[in-house]
Every structure is written in C-alpha cells, then in structure tokens.
Write a protein that binds this ligand. Structure first.
Ligand code: NAD
Length: 328
C-alpha cells in the first residue's frame, strides 16, 4: 500500500486498535495495521488492511510503518490492568520509545494528524484518594503525580506530542481514556481489566458450580467504564477536531467494583459468595471522568449505559470460554 493517504493504526493487534481498524475499513479508508505481535495472535485481523508485524520501539520500524501515512493512531503500548502495571513499571515505561520514535518518524514524513492514546492514569494521585471522588478535570494532571511507571510514561508522551506540535508543527491530538471495555479485549492471563475479569470470574463460577468470587480490594473503590463504541466515536471526534490539548474520553457513570459485580451477576442470573483479597493490587480508591470540556468542545460525551455494554461483553466472553479459546 503506498501513496500518502494511508491511515496507520499502531497497536492494531490489540483491543482498541483492532476495533479502530475495523471501523476505518468500514468507512472505505486505506489502512495499515501495525503491531509487535505476529499477525496470527492479533485479536482482530482484517485482510482488507495491510498488516505489518513491527516492533515500534525501534525508529527504523516507525519509519517503515509511517511511509506514505496521512493519519497515525498510536494505540501501541505494553500495558495491562492494575495487576500488570503495578508489577511491571519499567516495562510500561519503555513504551515511551514507541511514541517518541513515532513522532520522530511523523516529523520526517509529515502526517496530517497524529493521535495519541493517553490514560486517566496521568492524573495526580492525591486527587483520587477518596472513593467518593470529585470527577477529574483535564487540569488535574498537574502538578504531576501520576500512577507510578505507566502513568509517568503517558504524561511524558503527552508532553512530547505537545512539544512536537509547538516546535515542529506536528498536528497532534490526545485523548485520556478512562477504562475501556468490550468484546475482543483481554479477559485472562494477567493483563485483563476489571470488567473483563469480573465477567470471566462470574462465568467460570457459573460453569463450574463453585459459587465463590474473589474481588481485589474492599470492592468499594470506584471507577467509570467506557464501552468500545464510545471510545471509537471519541477518537474520531478528537482526531479530526481542532482542540489541541488532552481531553478526557471516558464515561461519567461512576460505580463501585461491588456494583460492577452486581451488574455481571444480574446478567448471568446468579449470586456469588464474595471474598475480598485486600493484598491484591487495587489502584486508586476512586476515579471518574469530568466531561465538561468534551461536552463544551463536541456537544457529546460517552453515553452507552454500563449495563448495556457489559451485557455485550459478557456474552462475547461467555462464547470465548465455551469455545475453549484463550483470553489473551
Ligand atoms: P492492548 O494491550 O489490547 O493493545 C496494545 C497493543 O500494542 C498490543 O496488541 C501490543 O502487542 C501492541 N504493542 C506493544 N508494544 C508494541 C511495540 N513495541 N510495537 C508495536 N506494537 C506494540 O491495549 P488497549 O486496551 O487496546 O489499549 C490501547 C491504548 O489505549 C494503549 O496506549 C493504552 O495505554 C491506552 N489505554 C487503554 C485503556 C483501556 O482501558 N483499555 C485505558 C487507558 C488508556
């Protein structure tokens, strides 16, 4: 695939990247999909895209990936849920090479738009100590006290995007995702996040007849969760829009982890005996997305009800488990 109209999705073998490739192809756009994993391990692989297996920590690989690119979406990152990022801080930080080298390649081979997937993990930890959270506004990322390892990498990479824009004119756009969930994500193996992990645990309890469930922490910690279709819509708006600073992209429907389990139990039609593992990684006590700014800019915010998105996610994971497929 050549010419200068190619849309490059980095991290295309993962959860959000795979969905994004599907959406762009549906709109009839030429897509180059890139991931470090061999293509047979991608969560979704589309024959209509040009599929490349490249390690984007390497500058030469980034140059290859971005040849003839009009737009770049950087969703490539070595990450996972709390269980992973709290125990793999150096590994998470090495992803800084991916965004840095992609930006360098984008400067040499100018692109119209460069999207960077940041995270709510950039927010100052002091503002997230109470489960009765005040939702996080974009300005709450400073003074910097992000999640150790992963959050520092995200905050640094945001600044790289900003300075490439200011100093070299690279047209960068940034979204801070708050917990994205949906089908075709990781649901087992240690990198899965809470919604998928809860679905898996409830399904396994249901299928095995062992009606116990382990919950990390007290279950009182609060979060919001964004369904994948809202994430894709927000990526499109932010990338093509004129707003240059980082924007929250998350649902503002706040629930505790116990309420999340209630929802999954209701979908499964089962009640489980809950055991709380207070030594397990649990992240900050409370986090929600303040959507005032995205509402002001686009007149929209993620609005899929958690119950509806979880139903679709639960059904997909159930079918995967029933078919004996791996969850990572
Ligand atoms: P994912 O792990 O499913 O996908 C990331 C992909 O990046 C993987 O397929 C991985 O193989 C690939 N990758 C890792 N290192 C690479 C390298 N060196 N070269 C090329 N590819 C490489 O994660 P996701 O949930 O799809 O997340 C996508 C992006 O969104 C990431 O930047 C992540 O930090 C961010 N994000 C996600 C969430 C969420 O809840 N899923 C929340 C906040 C931010």
């Amino acid at each position: 695939m050549s010419g200068s109209n190619v849309i490059v999705v980095c991290g295309a073998g993962g959860f959000i990247g795979g969905h994004l490739v599907g959406e762009l192809l549906e709109r009839g756009l030429p897509v180059r999909a890139v991931d470090i994993k061999p293509t047979d391990e991608w969560y979704q692989k589309f024959d209509a895209a040009e599929n490349l297996s490249l390690d984007l920590r390497d500058l030469a690989a980034c140059r290859t990936a971005l040849q003839g690119a009009a737009e770049v979406y950087n969703l490539a990152c070595d990450m996972g849920g709390m269980g992973f990022i709290e125990t793999h801080k150096a590994q998470c930080m090495i992803s800084v090479l991916i965004n840095t080298h992609l930006l360098m390649a984008a400067r040499e081979n100018p692109v119209e738009r460069f999207f960077y997937a940041s995270s709510a993990c950039v927010y100052n930890a002091d503002k997230q100590r109470d489960p009765n959270v005040t939702a996080l506004k974009e300005e709450d990322a400073y003074p910097g006290l992000p999640e150790d390892g992963y959050g520092w990498e995200k905050l640094f990479s945001e600044r790289m995007c900003r300075h490439f824009r200011e100093d070299y004119g690279t047209v960068t756009r940034i979204a801070r995702f708050h917990n994205v969930y949906g089908p075709y994500g990781t649901w087992d193996g240690g990198r899965e996040k809470a919604p998928a992990a809860m679905c898996r645990k409830v399904i396994q309890a249901k299928l095995s007849g062992n009606h116990d469930i382990e919950i990390w922490g007290t279950g009182d910690q609060t979060r919001s969760f964004m369904y994948i279709s809202d994430c894709l819509k927000g990526i499109g708006l932010i990338t093509r829009g004129d707003f240059v600073d980082p924007l929250n992209l998350g649902s503002s429907e706040l629930v505790s982890i116990n309420q999340l389990v209630d929802i999954v139990e209701e979908i499964a039609g089962i009640r489980l005996e809950r055991h709380y593992n207070l030594n397990a990684p649990k992240g900050v006590n409370g986090r929600n997305s303040d959507n005032t700014l995205i509402q002001q800019v686009f007149g929209w915010e993620p609005d899929t009800r958690l119950r509806d998105g979880m139903e679709l996610t639960y059904r997909w994971i159930y079918d995967e488990i029933a078919a004996g497929r791996p969850g990572h």
